[in-house]
Design a protein. Sequence first.
Length: 404
Amino acid sequence: MVNRRPSRRDALRSGAVLAAIALLDGCSSGGGDDAQPSPSAAASSAVPTASPSAATGGVMPAESTPHTRTFMAWPALDQVWGEDLPGVRKDIAGLARAISAFEPVVLLARPDQAADARQQVGSGVEVLELAVDDLWARDTGPAFVFAPGGLTGVDLGFNGWGNKQTHAADGQVARNLLTHYGIPRIQAPITGEGGALEVDGDGTLMATESAWVNANRNPGKSRDQIEASLKELFGVRKVIWLKGVAGQDITDCHVDALARFADPGTVVLHRPGPDTPPDVWSTASDQALQVLSAATDAKGRPLKVVELTEPVVEGKGKDFLATYLNYYVCNGGVIVPRFGDQAADDRAAGTIGDLHPGRKVTQVSIDHIAAGGGGIHCATQQQPAVGPGASPTASPSPSTDEAA
């Protein structure tokens, strides 16, 4: 691919890009003609902020519990995506339509871009006018928990993955979204992203050290201090730490591209292909396999590890995120990436379907999103509908569909 945008891995390799990002972050508008001011401080404070201790006794439910809606975001900035912006928007629109077959989808879009977003996603997707910079709703949106007072949003203080990308609007998405829906907000005492944590809904959380115990998010904080905050915020009793990889991609190796809970006691793990030369990513997978094979969850259960081998992709750039782990579980369905390696795509869809019985598997092509270093899970954030322990929404008989 020629003149591809700096991906979520490329961004770390270009001093010019980082200098431009630093300049952009110094501008309150977010920079460029596309910039939209954030809502006023008065509007943002319409919903009171709860103290972190308000989360005590609350729980972040597993993704497999029923959702009220899925949040997504319309990529806004030419300065981020360049000539790939139309293709990325096409991928986002296709993904939003696929999810809307299972549950309501709310797409956040800048007011001056809302009409174009509505035209591309169609009438089945709600477009909410709200300032955004990029598409990564998992990281910019709130992480929801059920606290003693009911549904509450945790604002993890998105800072552009350690100030690697402009985020004047994205840094306010969690606050502004919770204000719009009248949902209480907890300002977390740590900085991170939704893609950097994975819960089983039964007391266990997985995370990578590289994305949390990192001076670009949490300077001066130890792993023990960060773990204590994660336990308090998300109502978990045990954190399983994987090493991850720092400094090689813009997220510093989010766990949702490496290991996921299919259900309590079962972890799906990304594995490199048999002919993949050893590199930092295969080393991270090997280390994760070693840790998970010996780990137990919050209830003392040993973990069953299911390996998902990456597909063979050619001509899509060295930073193309070719992992099936970044799938999304929604009401009665599971949305899985399709990469064009038919045999690998079919195996992954079958394995993920088996791990999520009773859900309809839909495969979606996301090549432009993947070229930016992200995936389906990165582009979505669920609002849970009920408290922990509920059964997933009833679904059609298991099958596999493909979406363009």
